[in-house]
Ligand binder design. Sequence first.
Ligand code: PLP
Length: 432
Amino acid sequence: MKFLSTRGGQRSVSLSQAIEQGIARDGGLFMPESIPAVSSVARPLAASEGKLVFSDVAREVIAPYAAGDGLGSAIPQLCATALDFPVPLRWIDEHTGVLELFHGPTAAFKDAGARFLAACLEQLKTPGAHRRTVLVATSGDTGGAVASAFYQRDDARVVILYPDGGVSPEQEHQLTCWGGNVQAFAVQGSFDDCQRLVKAAFADDNLRASCRLTSANSINIGRLLPQIAYYAYASLVYVAQRNDVARFVVPSGNAGNVVACLMAKRMGYPIGKVCIASNANKPLLDFLSSGTSAARPSIATLANAMDVGSPSNLERLRVLYPDIERLQGEVCAFSCDDAHIVEQITSLAACTDYIVCPHTACGIYARKQLQSNEDWIVAATAHPAKFSSVVEPLLGHQIEKPEALLGIAARQSNKTTMQSDLVELQHILAGK
Ligand SMILES: *Cc1c(COP(=O)(O)O)cnc(C)c1O
């Protein structure tokens, strides 16, 4: 399998090259030159084995993308170690399922992508070369998953930039509690300043080469592939339970989550309609109604991991659906503002005892808007305890933390600040 830039300005590359490069030379995102059809092995897997295991399905899903690449033979091992957590499907009412994507080490949907990417990069290390520097700007949620995924891997160090005062105390702790090969810096500025610094560092050819700079953000195809497996797996579980195609509600801001779901559908996994759940940021709704989406500043919401004004993965969506009418036929979308997020968290807990994070609350809202008697499965993208400062005051009691978060909470944190200044970042990066 070869990978092409969404902008058409780079020769095709292998999976390894696409992962190491992160973004294409022309500024585009890598997409496979064709979407592989689901192998004849994957479907019978559902019927024959009775009990499906997420990492087994992930191996089937990812293997064709790695065909002919150096990573190919390592995929079973990489999936077994990086994706070794459960992905439970629960039913909160007769026709509403919840697919819990938060049983990884930082209780977030991004764990699968971050861990698979880290494992691939470790596999691709060059003997004798000095270690890579993974440079990330985060507005809160990504950084923790990336930090945890790369922590104590000796082939990479991680430098995380986050806006000082711009993340919740819990998020700050999850960024600053690692040490060793993971350093986090509170930048005196906004998230946009952090992103500008990262872009400036990548634009500096000397720095990029001398530090072997790598990006771990969601444009990396290595983060997308295991997310496809979430939906392939869930569709097989669902088909075994109810013998129908699965319909998904997918909370999404940067469009990475929904592109993954639609790629699983295109591969031929038993998936029917897909519904995008946005927060008050509406670029995905605009795109779906008009086929275009003007870049605009993001609005801060309670579901802050989806506060995106110009979603980078729209480029992938366009490649997947050159025909907007086909997209409109298969996908719908709803936007959920903060008042509705609050209402969904509160009323769902009152009716069912099930507690959701603000992003999942957007999904629950969208599921209700569908007003459908068919089954719909809402992807639950974070454990509510990750957003306890939002959720606990609404419920009036504390939420039990999962073990993964208890372990992280017990770690010492160590905060370091820096100016929003490229020279200071260059010094930090030159530090090793
Ligand atoms: C990143 C994230 C999402 C959405 O992912 P997209 O890439 O924007 O589609 C949803 N929920 C949580 C908790 C996230 O961290």
